[in-house]
Design a protein around this ligand. Structure first.
Ligand code: HDL
Ligand code: ZN
Length: 421
């Protein structure tokens, strides 16, 4: 609602809108609802610093492609040698205008280091002078982050002990329970759970369903998980006669409903299309939005958050979100996290869903990446929002700064928290 004597935008002063939208979007702190960051309590699992920024798997793929370096030669190098190789290949020998490369330039620039003619040794000296706690504070402040959601995997042998030791986790780092092995590698996950004392067998005999639900509940409570999440291949279908559908139907959905948390599905990843690239070796495939429709239609008391990896799936996913209030779509995931596709998807979502969408998440794996991922995305979100506002006031609407602020708050975290509540 409009407050007295505040600025109001109409067709007459629409030219001033863009500046106001940019200012307000930049001032609005963000909840980054899907990352691979970890609170400092998780030690080495939190990646930060220039060598980690440069050896981001997106850049490994680009450097290996550009140089045609034999895989074993690259993997035989130490982390600093890999970082130096990537810096030389993508930033010295070539112009770094790809999105992942430009991201490194933005990170260095935002930290006050001179990417243009800076040397890797100078960057390393800067990071060596920082403590991880100070770096977290500085980066969260500079990126204007309110908090992030981690990706927490109880099947990970490095991470699990930190939770079991009851470590105090920085409240800016929320947890999400990630359960890919349970849904994508059932037989192996069943034997792991059985070895850990859950009465589970791959044939779903006896107490299996109840025991899988006990496992999920224990970890949701231990982590205070905001949601449960899984990444799924392009051929994901629901329902079908696979163990995946059985675990979703009998274990995940009733447990998510019991705890009042969403189930997040990230659909369309083809794991290991080039195993030699390791983490950088995953690809993309067009998936079925029909499965999302059936999940949402059959389970009206469950909440679903969905992001899909293929550009070709985005319009149908927006339409499906219009059909199901228990579906929140989110982010421009992975290979979609590039300006051309972020703009296309954000425009489509604003025109079909208004502010009832989570337009972006960072997927950051390295702390400093939030600096570029949010700078770059805020710019595009502000541009598209200003375009839509200009269309709106041209149709006769009166737009207050309060309304712009409320929209920005909803888009940069509010819609996510409202959906969780
Ligand atoms: O499965 C996921 O959550 C993906 O985001 C993968 O972690 C992927 O490797 C990635 O980092 N994408 O940005
Ligand atoms: Zn991710």
């Amino acid at each position: 609602m409009t407050q007295t004597n505040e600025r109001v935008y109409t067709a007459a002063n629409a030219g001033e809108l863009r500046e106001a939208v940019t200012r307000i979007v930049n001032e609005q702190s963000v909840t980054d609802m899907h990352t691979h960051l970890y609170a400092p309590a998780f030690g080495e699992l939190l990646l930060w610093g220039i060598d980690e920024v440069l050896t981001y798997h997106y850049l490994i793929a680009e450097a290996v492609r550009a140089s045609r370096i034999p895989y074993e030669t690259y993997w035989g190098m130490s982390k600093p040698e890999q970082a130096a190789f990537i810096w030389q290949t993508l930033f010295v020998d070539r112009t770094p205008y790809s999105e992942a490369c430009r991201g490194v330039v933005t990170v260095l620039n935002r930290l006050g280091l001179n990417p243009g003619d800076g040397r890797l040794e100078d960057f390393r000296a800067y990071f060596a002078s920082q403590s991880v706690e100070d770096q977290v504070d500085q980066v969260f402040k500079a990126a204007n982050l309110e908090s992030v959601v981690m990706t927490n995997d109880p099947f990970d042998d490095l991470e699990r002990p930190v939770w079991e030791a009851g470590a105090a986790v920085d409240p800016r780092f929320h947890a999400a329970l990630r359960i890919d092995p349970l849904l994508n590698d059932w037989a192996n996950a069943a034997s792991i759970l059985s070895a850990r004392g859950y009465n589970v067998d791959a044939g779903f005999g006896g107490q299996t369903v109840a025991e899988v639900r006990r496992f999920l509940s224990e970890w949701i409570q231990r982590m205070k998980a905001r949601y449960m999440a899984v990444s799924l291949p392009p051929d994901f279908n629901y329902p079908d006669d696979t163990p995946r559908s059985r675990v979703i139907r009998d274990c995940i959905l009733p447990t998510a409903e019991e705890h009042g948390i969403p189930f997040a599905l990230m659909i369309g990843v083809k794991r290991g299309v080039n195993p030699a690239l390791k983490l950088a070796g995953d690809g993309v495939g067009i998936a079925s939005v029909d499965a999302v429709e059936r999940l949402c239609a059959k389970n009206p008391s469950n909440k679903f958050m969905v992001t899909m990896l293929a550009r070709e799936n985005q319009h149908a996913l927006c339409v499906t979100a219009r059909k199901f209030p228990n579906l929140m779509i989110f982010g421009c995931w992975w290979f979609l996290n590039n300006p051309v596709l972020i703009e296309e998807m954000t425009r489509m979502r604003f025109e079909l869903l208004g502010s009832s969408v989570v337009p972006q998440h960072s997927d950051a794996r390295v702390l400093e990446q939030v600096l570029y991922k949010w700078d770059h995305s805020r710019r595009i979100i502000a541009k598209v929002l200003a375009d839509k506002y200009e269309d709106l006031v041209a149709s006769g609407w009166k737009l207050s700064e309060t309304a712009i602020r409320e929209d920005a708050e909803r888009l940069l975290g509010g819609a996510f928290w409202e959906f969780l509540s």
